[in-house]
Design a protein around this ligand. Sequence first.
Ligand SMILES: O=C(O)CCC(=O)C(=O)O
Ligand SMILES: [Fe+2]
Length: 369
Amino acid sequence: MGEVDPAFIQDLEHRPKLEIIKAEGIPLIDLSIISSPNTNLDNSQALDGLVKEIGNACKNLGFFQVINHGVPLDKRQKIENASRQFFGQPLEEKRKVRRDERKVLGYYDTEHTKNVRDWKEVFDFAVKTPTIVPSSYEPDDKEVTEWFNDQWPEYPLELREALEEYAKDVEKLAFKLLGLVALSLGLPENRFHGFFEDQTSFIRLNHYPPCPVPQLALGVGRHKDAGALTILAEDDVGGLEVKRKTDGEWIRVKPTPDAFIINIGDIIQVWSNDAYESVEHRVMVNSERERFSIPFFFNPAHYTDVKPLEELTNEQNPVRYKPYNWGKFFVTRKRSNFKKLDVENIQIYHFRILESERADKLEGALSIK
Ligand SMILES: O=C(O)CCC(=O)C(=O)O
Ligand SMILES: [Fe+2]
């Protein structure tokens, strides 16, 4: 193992397997009918078919890929090149724009997932400026703070412009996907849009350097994305693995050139009252090739109280989660990724209403009568 920091080493049960199970292909969905500027979502005949495809993909795997998505290839190439140039610099250059507990955006190379260090370095960028979030994770502290993208490297100069342009195009795709997900749940297309007016979305540039111990460490440890949707651009190296719901096996996602990989996050799981699930995933690294990826985490406003939608719950399908405040959830999670803590990080199942609680409530209600 040589001089590899033990902080990177996964517990035995979470280490990557050497034999890879190749996905039969996660669903590949063609968005051309909604990407062409002349299509109107309301009268397109093919829309029903597309909505069904999205619904099935969300229900079955929780992951899918999209092509003909409307994000121009040159914008994607520009940010991919800038990312390569930035991470190619010596560590001391990158550390000049390093995040800390006050400046939470910028470069970072010691992120932890579930208290094990990830074999990666990142650069974080807020989609909306300023992004407003709670000042602290303390539930009673009502103060908010503003995030600005105020840490820019000297090189490459075009990083800023590349990120700003890319963010605009991917944001449009995010709203389109949100509309399709709403339709697939039988809701009006814009049912979720209001939650994103003061969005807390962010884009992360990920760089996974070659790793001398790929059988012991992970690029990103197993986790579920906390937000609503993630839109991921990856290069051709591969390494993303998705936990298949049917048998719990880790399935390797095969990169498709120019496609985006989409996954449902925890918030859509809660809004849909578990009709759609946020799926666990992780990233394997390898000893030969570095890998680059760029997730866009589509997150609502900090003041959003996340809870199952009334339209999707009834007596037969009772509410499965207590409401939680997104801003507090978000900053609590960020803190635990930043700091190695001894406790498990915050998860939506902490807000799950247990069967026993429901039965108690019912009994209570009956005895009052
Ligand atoms: O790099 C990837 O393929 C995925 C990264 C990821 O899951 C994350 O950053 O949440
Ligand atoms: Fe993720």
